[in-house]
Ligand binder design. Structure first.
Ligand SMILES: Nc1ncnc2c1ncn2[C@@H]1O[C@H](COP(=O)(O)OP(=O)(O)OP(=O)(O)O)[C@@H](O)[C@H]1O
Ligand SMILES: [Mg+2]
Length: 278
């Protein structure tokens, strides 16, 4: 018996081939999309685990910082009492006691910054005139300007809008920026501080108050610039590297503001801080 074979025409076959190719392409696309969704899901899961870990670490760090700070307080206290009268000790001993006191104070200041930042104290918000806060920081740092022979130039308008903020935290930011500027300058350098009311970028944008801290210091090289806002990053032997990390969080995360830096190595650095006006 002769079997009857049915052959499709050539054009039918190529149509089927084309269709199969299209299916294969769609399938491959679906497969890739699924893979991408899985990858994103995994990434989100990892980020969630990571933020839970960071939150836990934060709490642990605050607890440890508190305990160590408590242990350091009597150590500094005793050293200060001993050093009230340096003449009780040979010069070499007094010098070493002073160095020990300085080291402990540095550790203590680092711990205090961690505590101030992570402590779950209720956020204190009040309407502030930030030039008053700035004057407070400057008053406390007056001796530093004199000691390092740094000139201060201020340009603060009398009609500065008020901001809703935590005064202690904003003072901490200003103090950090001023100290950084002083540290970066040689005697004879100038720190120029200006404040201005600014309109929002578009009509419905909120107006803000802008503060600029501009120094004539050594500037920040590119390889340092990438790291300045990282925790514990410092180029100073004596620094904690927490100043800018904490300042950034206070301004951006806690007050919904903005902070940025530009610098020309060898010429100076300019930090800009913006806070929403009320
Ligand atoms: N105005 C500035 N001019 C030049 N370099 C700066 C300036 N401000 C910050 N930096 C650089 O950024 C680094 C990080 O600053 P940050 O305030 O976070 O820490 P620190 O000043 O080193 O330590 P701490 O604030 O505890 O004293 C500094 O070590 C310095 O290299
Ligand atoms: Mg600093």
């Amino acid at each position: 018996m002769i079997e009857k074979k049915t052959y499709k025409s050539k054009s039918d076959l190529s149509a089927i081939e084309e269709q199969t190719l299209l299916y294969a392409r769609d399938l491959a696309k679906m497969f890739m999309e699924r893979k991408e969704k899985e990858r994103q899901l995994n990434l989100t899961k990892q980020q969630l685990v990571q933020s839970a870990k960071i939150a836990l670490l934060g709490e642990l760090a605050a607890g440890i910082a508190h305990e160590i700070n408590n242990a350091l307080t009597p150590a500094v206290g005793n050293l200060s009492i001993l050093l009230l009268d340096r003449s009780n000790f040979p010069e070499e001993v007094a010098r070493r006691l002073e160095l020990t006191e300085e080291s402990i104070m540095r550790a203590s200041s680092m711990l205090q910054q961690i505590l101030d930042f992570s402590r779950k104290k209720p956020e204190k918000r009040q309407l502030l005139d930030i030039s008053t806060i700035l004057e407070r920081s400057l008053f406390l740092l007056k001796y530093k300007f004199t000691k390092n022979q740094i000139r201060l130039e201020k340009d603060l308008p009398s009609e500065l809008s008020k901001v809703l903020a935590d005064d202690t935290q904003i003072e901490q930011v200003f103090t950090n920026l001023i100290l950084n500027a002083i540290d970066a300058m040689e005697p004879g350098g100038t720190l120029h501080i200006t404040a201005n009311n600014r309109a929002g970028k578009s009509e419905d944008d909120q107006p803000y108050v802008e503060m600029v801290f501009e120094d004539t210091g050594r500037g920040i090289p590119t390889e340092v610039m990438e790291h300045v806002f990282e925790p514990f990053y410092t180029t100073k032997g004596q620094g904690t590297g927490l100043g800018l990390f904490i300042s950034y969080r206070i301004i951006v995360e806690k007050h919904g503001g903005m902070m940025d830096v530009t610098s020309t190595p060898g010429q100076g650095t300019r930090f800009k801080v913006c806070l929403p006006a009320s």
